[in-house]
Design a protein around this ligand. Structure first.
Ligand SMILES: C[S@@+](CC[C@H](N)C(=O)[O-])C[C@H]1O[C@@H](n2cnc3c(N)ncnc32)[C@H](O)[C@@H]1O
Length: 304
């Protein structure tokens, strides 16, 4: 791999928000290092910041290590899931955290990683050491679990029919075969196929739970001044981030049925920096159509 296989999304917006709000020293954690595009920009723009790059994908991390070699002494790497890696950072003064959630263009495009419609494998693991793959989900999950994935993660109203077609056609050995089966169940256009593939991918990588755990761990690590930015690529993830930020920004956390405040009204952890999520400009969309569903939200902790 020589050429950079991933264009960082919303790069200017990400850097500008950190520039306007983040302390100039301490540690920066990139929870989803990928190919190091965002990290490179952070290291260039904040000469006194040290960076910790986390990714569960070894291939991406090897590439990022080479790309960031010029910042030797300022960068450390952790090849793990972000939720567990963050727990190792409790002693550090964290100034900024970025999570660019989801899969990289390399993971999506590389046919052997098993994310594409025409792949000969049924895989979709971001971390190749993980046991559960798309093969297991598609071939071994029971009807109820399959229906739930299709209903909850793909928001697909034909979930019963699709689960039925999958069950009847087992064993299914490749994405190519799965695509044909989905098409025979009436899922003809690419957008709907992509939603179903995405739902299986969310299940394989436990993506929503992982996002919730990342948010919880960042809350535990944050101190006054820590800035968190999160980029998501679909509404299920964006909702989780939006609700968490709203809860963190609340002064009063008494149950809604309480007549008067009994919590002291002093529970606000910080402020939301993005009233509405930022999305890609026309210029960025032209250059990188994959940025179309990206949404960026940011939060600044004012209390530890
Ligand atoms: C969208 S890409 C990030 C691209 C990166 N910002 C760049 O500029 O190259 C997402 C990356 O995060 C990794 N990833 C996603 N969720 C993760 C998690 N929970 N823990 C660790 N890595 C994760 C994926 O393996 C992938 O390499």
């Amino acid at each position: 791999m020589n050429e950079i296989p991933h264009i960082p999304v919303l790069l200017n917006e990400v850097v500008t928000l950190f520039k306007e709000n983040m302390p100039r020293e301490g540690y920066f954690v990139d929870c989803t290092l990928g190919f190091g595009g965002h990290s490179e920009a952070i290291l260039e723009n904040f000469p006194n910041i040290k960076l910790i790059g986390i990714d569960q994908d070894k291939e991406a991390m090897e590439f990022a290590k080479k790309r960031l070699a010029k910042f030797a002494g300022r960068v450390e790497f952790i090849n793990k899931r972000a939720s567990s890696a963050l727990q190792e950072l409790k002693e550090l003064k964290i100034s900024g955290v970025l999570a660019d959630i989801g899969v990289s263009s390399y993971q999506l495009d590389e046919i052997k990683r098993g994310f594409t419609f025409d792949s000969e494998v049924l895989d979709m693991r971001m971390n190749k050491n993980q046991k559960l793959s798309a093969y297991d989900v598609v071939n071994f999950y029971d009807r109820n679990s399959l229906e739930n994935i299709l209903k909850m993660y793909a928001e697909e109203r034909r979930y019963k029919k699709i689960a039925d077609f999958i069950l009847k056609n087992r064993p299914i050995s490749s994405n190519r075969e799965l695509t044909q089966i989905l098409m025979s169940a009436g899922i003809k256009d690419k957008k709907n196929l992509a939603r179903i593939f995405q739902a299986i991918r969310i299940e394989v990588n436990n993506e929503l739970k992982e996002l919730e755990n990342i948010l919880q761990n960042v809350e535990n690590l944050a101190s006054e001044g820590t800035v968190l930015e999160i980029i998501t690529f679909h509404s299920l993830e964006d909702r989780i981030v939006k609700n968490q930020f709203r809860n963190w920004a609340k002064k009063c956390i008494c149950p809604s049925e309480s007549f008067r405040c009994e919590c002291g009204g002093n529970n606000q952890k910080g402020i939301i920096l993005t009233k509405k999520p930022l999305s890609a400009s026309k210029e960025e969309l032209k250059e990188n159509p994959r940025s179309r569903s990206a949404k960026l939200r940011a939060f600044k902790f004012t209390k530890g």
